[in-house]
Design a protein. Structure first.
Length: 143
């Protein structure tokens, strides 16, 4: 049973055809994820793009193409994730909107309206800076 890391290691480094060894691995081959991972590197982006233009091909054909076309090299990267916007998250909670609608509303709202939304969503309690300035040297009234 091959995992994503096994497929990527085989394509990038070891050049072992793991689909020939295990017949079930052809069904487990995540073509989209492999292509996305290879698209992060300058030397493999064109190969990943070429495979993406032929999604109707069998998984074994896609894997064999990448395995025999890409030169052996160590390639590691973290997946890019979108940054979370505090304003959009606040709008989603305040109005109950989904991400797309909250993004559209964020373009319309003014800074003052956004600050009111953030103020309304504050949970209360002491902030970290108040704890440090205030009663940090008192030990529950015993000091």
């Amino acid at each position: 049973m091959a995992k994503l890391g096994d497929f990527l290691k085989s394509i990038n480094q070891s050049k072992e055809n793991i689909m020939d060894e295990d017949t079930l691995s052809e069904k487990e081959y995540p073509a989209f994820v492999v292509n996305r991972t290879l698209s992060y590197f300058l030397d493999t982006v064109m190969y990943a793009s070429e495979v993406n233009t032929h999604p109707h091909l069998d998984n074994k054909l896609q894997f064999d193409y990448l395995l025999n076309s890409i030169r052996s090299n160590r390639r590691f990267t973290r997946w890019l994730k979108p940054d979370e916007d505090e304003d959009i998250e606040a709008i989603k909670i305040y109005y109950g909107y989904n991400y797309q609608k909250a993004r559209d509303v964020a373009k319309i709202l003014t800074g003052e309206q956004l600050s009111l939304i953030h103020k309304h969503l504050e949970k209360g309690g002491l902030k970290n800076d108040r704890r440090e300035k205030g009663n940090s040297n008192k030990l529950g009234g015993f000091g």
